[in-house]
Design a binder for this molecule. Structure first.
Ligand code: ASP
Length: 439
């Protein structure tokens, strides 16, 4: 019997997870049951994906660079990747600004809703925590982000998934030096890393067998931990504006893929869909990275030389969904508080949201931390910061799930565009026994 395609299995897991979560919220002790007995399966899945992220980046980047055999080609890939990343981020922010200024979701927020949201959330520990985290980032000097990219200890860098850029830096340096030494010394190393790369990709396949059950657990947990659904209605226009912007951004990606690579946008979406569904369920581009890389390479046909660089860098610095959300959220907060923004404020948003999305970590809720920086650049009085975040806090998790989908889709799009531009985009090469896939 032909097995159901992976993305359908994951989708069924998600729908059942939502239904189960809703049922459990109405059963006494149900929420605790989900937290204690169901959610751990989702957490194990996320841990497994995070566990293989660093080995995968190292193995595939070294394999990618050594297969290129040409340092000039690598710098070409690097330059184009960064340019296109910036370009798509600015498009995302512009879409966000356009929508929020047309729809004006903040204007309809009543004083009652404002008081209500501020009473429930303004003292919320996780909001004050986010503001504190943002202050730490802001205190750093202008070149700090480059300093942060260069680790002083490799083991230290590889010991935390939040240091991905440091690991990428070391690995590129290592890979380039492998090209510069005599082949009699580099050949055994290359053999080792090629083998490691195959093993880690097989680990992705095996972990993915668990995906439908894991997303069931993750979504059931999201449902039982969501507070007051009534707030979703009060913030309906805001939520609608962000979701509409994110959908438009996906259309932009599909158009770029079609116009520049000539590939069908539907085939593109189908190929990347398991990564999108995982991004939605985990709210983390970093946790989704192994699956993104595998899908882009094996199902979209981008060669490893490109995916091994574009995807890990993208997971950390390219967050179009996050920057679009930051632009909308910032203007929404000012609208709701009745403070006018002018055109130069809009330009400030373009600049700061671009930098903020680069600085956001690829983990759940990170976009909201960096939103603080955007709000401060717009001179929101500091005593209003907590209130501003309180306004959007209740819907942050569902919007985080949606924006992470766009972040991951953006990385895949740029991988295809860069791949095409350097002649490294071919036909998909789905391996046997891949993600339940039967040819
Ligand atoms: N959760 C997002 C990501 O991992 C970041 C954010 O917007 O909070 O891509």
């Amino acid at each position: 019997m032909k097995k159901l395609a992976l993305h359908w299995q994951i989708m069924i897991g998600m729908v059942l997870g939502v239904i189960f979560g809703l049922l459990m919220t109405n059963v006494s002790g149900g929420a605790n049951f989900v937290k204690n007995w169901i959610y751990p399966f989702g957490k194990i899945f996320i841990n497994l994906l995070q566990l293989i992220a660093i080995p995968l980046i190292i193995a595939s980047l070294i394999k990618g660079i050594s297969d290129l055999k040409d340092i000039a080609k690598f710098s070409q890939i690097g330059g184009r990747t960064i340019m296109i990343y910036l370009f798509t981020t600015v498009i995302a922010i512009s879409i966000g600004l356009l929508l929020v200024n047309i729809i004006q979701p903040g204007d309809g927020i009543s004083q009652d809703t404002l008081n209500n949201l501020s009473a429930t959330h303004a003292d919320n520990a996780s909001i004050t925590n986010k503001i504190d985290q943002a202050q730490k980032t802001k205190g750093a000097g202008p070149l700090q982000f480059i300093v942060d990219m260069v680790p002083n200890n490799f083991i230290g860098a590889a010991s935390s998934n939040s240091n991905m850029l440091q690991v990428i830096f070391f690995t590129i340096f290592f890979g380039i030096c492998m090209l510069l030494i005599d082949v009699k010394y580099s050949a055994p190393l290359k053999g080792f890393f090629d083998g490691l790369n195959e093993v880690v990709l097989k680990m992705v396949d095996i972990i993915m067998l668990m995906a439908p059950i894991a997303v069931f657990a993750l979504l059931a947990n999201v449902i039982v931990t969501t507070d007051d659904p009534g707030v979703l209605v009060a913030l309906g226009y805001y939520t609608f504006t962000v979701v509409l912007g994110l959908l438009l951004m996906i259309c932009v990606y599909m158009t770029f893929v079609y116009l520049y690579t000539g590939k069908s946008p539907i085939v593109f979406l189908k190929g990347i869909s398991p990564a999108q569904l995982l991004a939605f369920s985990t709210s983390s581009s970093a946790a989704t990275l192994p699956v993104t890389m595998e899908r882009v390479e094996e199902h979209l046909g981008v060669e490893k030389e490109v995916t091994s660089f574009v995807c890990p860098v993208g997971a950390t610095v390219n967050m179009d969904g996050t920057s679009l959300y930051q632009a909308i959220a910032a203007v929404f907060i000012f609208q709701a508080l009745g403070i006018d923004l002018n055109f130069s404020d809009m330009l400030t948003i373009v600049l700061t949201a671009t930098l903020a999305s680069i600085g956001s970590a690829a983990v759940p809720g990170a976009g909201m931390v960096m939103l603080v920086i955007v709000l401060e650049a717009l001179n929101l009085p500091s005593e209003k910061l907590a209130l501003g975040l309180a306004l959007i806090f209740a819907v942050d998790r569902p919007l985080d799930m949606c924006r992470t989908v766009v972040n991951v889709t953006g990385d895949a799009t740029v991988a295809m565009l860069v791949g095409k531009s350097v002649g490294k985009l071919g036909d998909p090469k789905v391996k046997d026994w891949d993600d339940h896939y039967k040819k």
